[in-house]
Ligand binder design. Structure first.
Ligand code: AMP
Ligand code: MG
Length: 367
């Protein structure tokens, strides 16, 4: 299918050293509320089970994960990878009172001693939040708590409440002492690694599997972050499906090895008394759900941490700012599924993404 044939797809294209936005005709606008009724997001298109494949299913980080590894010793290697993920879950959970992160969140401005693993996770995640310029704030927890997103006791905070909480959101004030292995937060600040922990754990699990010598791996960290690396026994490419928040699949991504990560509003949301839909990805600038016309964002990256962080951050930025960011940092490709039924793709995504369902159909209709 040619680019022009896809009637509701927008590609951020590069021409003569510049990028421009090539807009195709829009498909029919869809009701956002209907979109949010469907379960999301992204799933691997499953095939037959290969006898050279070892699998593990586990519940960690509040989601069901599925790990697959190929080659000699892969079953034992998966046990090690599973331990790594469970250990990180125990350290980095914002809701488990025994976790090191919870101790940090209860520290009232005092330094807290943590493990090297927690310090490394915070250090890597904070470096990324600094890089994406305010779209990602790990210190957003006072605000997400006010909305009830972590407790399930949903409510719409008042503007006054948000105005009081927003000064507590500032990742630049988190102090890590790598020599002393301590973390210090100003009084009142709290961290939530919900936007990055699965990606971080995925990278650590992948490292463990590589060190154990597996020849290939497919790590599904709860559908929203999937890492494929190495080779499959049959030598074919990895194929990872992108769910359409309105139901079914928006398409699939073929890759020799990458992380595919998706963020979107439909993952967690509630309907307010005012009939408005409020979802869990918050714009740190306002303290309110990030709404800029996108239903979901999928990114393709090499590292899972970068993918997990970036899909959340681009959802907050919206497609225009995402394009600006992409023009400066080419370490990823992206795909926005918009409320109006259009897709917006980065240049490199065009070559790896095949549309399905309403996106393929609307393309065919324009031919
Ligand atoms: P994800 O599903 O990876 O996009 O992460 C979403 C989760 O990260 C939410 O459920 C919140 O716990 C948290 N979160 C929401 N908005 C932000 C933000 N702007 N920066 C960092 N974390 C966020
Ligand atoms: Mg994320």
């Amino acid at each position: 299918m040619t680019l022009e044939a896809r009637s509701n797809i927008i590609v951020h294209m590069k021409t003569k050293g510049e990028r421009r936005c090539g807009r195709m005709r829009m498909g029919a606008a869809r009701r956002i509320a209907a979109a949010l009724l469907s379960v999301v997001f992204i799933a691997e298109l499953t095939g037959c089970v290969d006898p050279r494949e070892a699998r593990r299913e586990l519940f960690a980080m509040d989601t069901y994960m599925e790990l697959r590894a190929y080659g000699e010793g892969s079953d034992g290697a998966l046990s090690l990878a599973e331990d790594v993920i469970k250990q990180l879950d125990g350290l980095l959970s914002a809701t488990d009172e025994r976790s090191e992160l919870s101790k940090i969140n209860r520290s009232h401005g005092e330094p807290v001693s943590v493990s090297a693993e927690t310090l490394d996770a915070l250090s890597e995640a904070l470096a990324i939040s600094g890089k994406v310029g305010g779209a990602l704030e790990l210190s957003l927890r006072p605000v997400t708590l006010a909305w009830g997103f972590t407790t399930g006791e949903y409510r719409v905070p008042t503007e006054e409440e948000l105005a009081e909480l927003l000064p507590l959101v500032d990742d630049g004030k988190v102090v890590l002492d790598e020599a002393a292995l301590t973390v210090t937060l100003p009084e009142g600040m709290m961290l939530d690694l919900g936007s990055v922990a699965k990606g971080y754990a995925c990278d650590r699990a992948a490292e463990t599997l590589s060190e154990a010598g597996v020849s290939g791996m497919l790590l599904n960290m709860g559908s929203s972050t999937i890492l494929a690396r190495g080779s499959k026994p049959d030598g074919s490419k990895w194929r990872i499906a992108v769910r359409d928040p309105e139901g079914g699949y928006a398409g699939y991504i073929d890759t020799d090895g990458a992380c595919v990560s998706t963020s979107g509003g439909a993952e967690r949301f509630f309907t307010g008394d005012d009939g408005e839909i409020y979802w869990h990805i918050i714009d740190p600038a306002t303290g309110r759900p990030a709404k800029n016309g996108a239903l979901a964002v999928t990114v393709v990256t090499e590292s899972a941490l970068w993918g997990d962080a970036l899909s959340t951050a681009l959802f907050v930025m919206g497609s225009d700012k995402a394009k600006e960011f992409y023009n400066k940092d080419k370490s990823f490709e992206y795909l926005f599924i918009m409320e109006d039924g259009s897709l917006i793709l980065s240049t490199g995504m065009e070559g790896m993404f095949t549309p399905l369902g309403r996106f393929a159909e609307s393309g065919a209709a324009s031919q």
